[in-house]
Design a protein around this ligand. Structure first.
Ligand code: FAD
Length: 399
């Protein structure tokens, strides 16, 4: 096969990069390959579908730069294409007096990121979400919403096909061999490669001489599904104290169907796609994950160790129920028995600083571009992030 652009990964970023490259450079050929039998079989089709308003990210990050814009673009995209959207908003609360300063910090970040917000009193907050346990003050973010990610991805794949992008499924990128690329479909000659391979992006990037300082610690996320009727909650609810750090704590959030979920529970995955038990057992990946985990855990002042402990210890069923009960009234363990489908974040660790990488990373040159550390909220950021990658490709190739 011969193509001008080869995109690896039929995902929110891969599909939109491919469509936009084809639209910007109509005389070129653009091919997307994916190892699965259809689009968005991993994070892009399985995530929670929360359109993040973009208030909690530090203003100097790509997350902050693209989240507000991505939320707006994706909401408009859903409305234009008749894809259901639950514009439920999000209430960020202080649970006690100590957390009022966390609320101030969230307000500062939101204002810095230009995100629309409404400061509300406890009484006003309870008009928005009668079950919220608010101490004195809260912030309401009307642009937080929910979608069905699989429905969004089906439409985006069709848009890319309509633009002239060609898709090859059940086709794995195996390795770079000089200027050619070996896939399970055969050898591909490509003028330029864009790597949007999610959980495998770091491995592929390393073959091109990038991502040298990063190692993967795959983290499995899972949510408890509520058996309460849709409408039992009116809005997503989050504690400001959980957001002002680098990692969000327990949240109540609503799906596009209005049903509530509580979580996440976070656990280590021993190999990259270890969704259930020993399914897809991969001894080589397991030894690499364990080596990275043990190797990095206690270096650099133990920051990774603390971050992991904080996430893993709060992830039992009883701890989630307790955390949920501090957020909202009427949480009964009997309503939260079933776990939703798990998902895995490709969390990278920086082997020089011994810290978890929090922002997305885009690295590349005149031959290839690589998107790394595609943790939440890449789905929300997908459209402007894809445009940013296309800008980088255009700059690197002088187009
Ligand atoms: C539990 C959970 C909940 C989340 N919820 C949200 C949310 O509510 N809102 C939000 O904005 N974000 C959320 N995210 C994050 C978001 O879902 C992901 O960051 C995003 O979907 C990642 O997209 P991606 O484009 O990087 O690729 P992915 O969706 O990870 O896809 C990568 C693709 O590459 C393919 N691939 C991999 N290796 C190869 C290879 N060698 N050859 C060919 N193909 C290959 C895979 O098959 C896959 O299709 C969540 C993440 C998790 C874990």
């Amino acid at each position: 096969m011969n193509t001008d652009f080869l995109v690896i990964g039929a995902s929110i970023t891969g599909i939109n990069v491919a469509r936009e490259l084809k639209q910007r450079f109509p005389d070129t050929t653009v091919v997307v390959i994916d190892k699965e039998s259809g689009c968005a079989r991993h994070s892009s089709g399985r995530n929670s579908g929360l359109l993040d308003a973009g208030f909690s990210w530090s203003p100097d990050t790509l997350k902050a730069r693209f989240c507000k814009q991505g939320n707006q673009q994706l909401s408009d995209y859903c409305e234009r294409n008749g894809i259901p959207l639950n514009r439920c908003g999000e209430l960020v609360i202080a649970r006690d007096g100590d957390e009022l300063s966390d609320l101030d910090e969230i307000q500062r970040r939101a204002e810095g990121n230009g995100v629309k917000l409404e400061p509300v009193t406890a009484r006003q907050a309870r008009e928005i979400e009668p079950r919220a346990r608010v101490h004195e003050q809260a912030l309401f973010f009307p642009s937080s919403a929910s979608v069905d990610p699989a429905a969004v991805m089906r439409q985006m794949e069709q848009d890319a096909r309509d633009a002239g992008v060609r898709f090859y499924y059940e086709t794995s990128f195996l390795r770079k061999a000089g200027d050619e690329f070996v896939t399970t479909l055969g050898t591909v000659q490509a003028g330029y490669v864009v790597n949007c391979a999610g959980l495998y992006a770091d491995q592929i990037a390393q073959q091109f001489g990038f991502a040298g300082n990063y190692r993967l610690l795959p983290l499995k996320h899972n949510y408890l599904e509520s058996s309460e009727v849709p409408g039992a909650f009116r809005t997503h609810v989050t504690a400001a104290a959980d957001l002002s750090g680098s990692y969000p704590g327990t949240q109540i959030f609503l799906g596009v169907d209005g049903k509530a979920r509580l979580g996440p529970a976070v656990k280590p995955a021993l190999w990259r796609e270890q969704y259930h038990g020993a399914e897809g057992f991969h001894p080589f990946e397991m030894s690499s994950v364990v080596t990275t985990g043990i190797g990095q855990m206690f270096q650099g002042g133990g920051e990774i160790c603390r971050a992991c402990l904080q996430r893993f210890t709060g992830s039992t069923h009883s701890r989630l129920i307790t955390a949920g009960s501090r957020l909202v009234e009427g949480i009964r363990a009997s309503d939260y028995r079933d776990w939703a489908r798990p998902e895995i974040q490709p969390q990278l660790v920086n082997t020089e600083t011994h810290r978890m990488v929090s922002d997305f990373i885009v690295e590349g040159d005149g031959k290839s571009m690589h998107l790394l550390n595609t943790v939440s909220p890449v789905f929300t950021c997908g459209l402007p992030l894809a445009s940013h990658i296309c800008d980088q490709v255009a700059a690197a190739t002088g187009r």
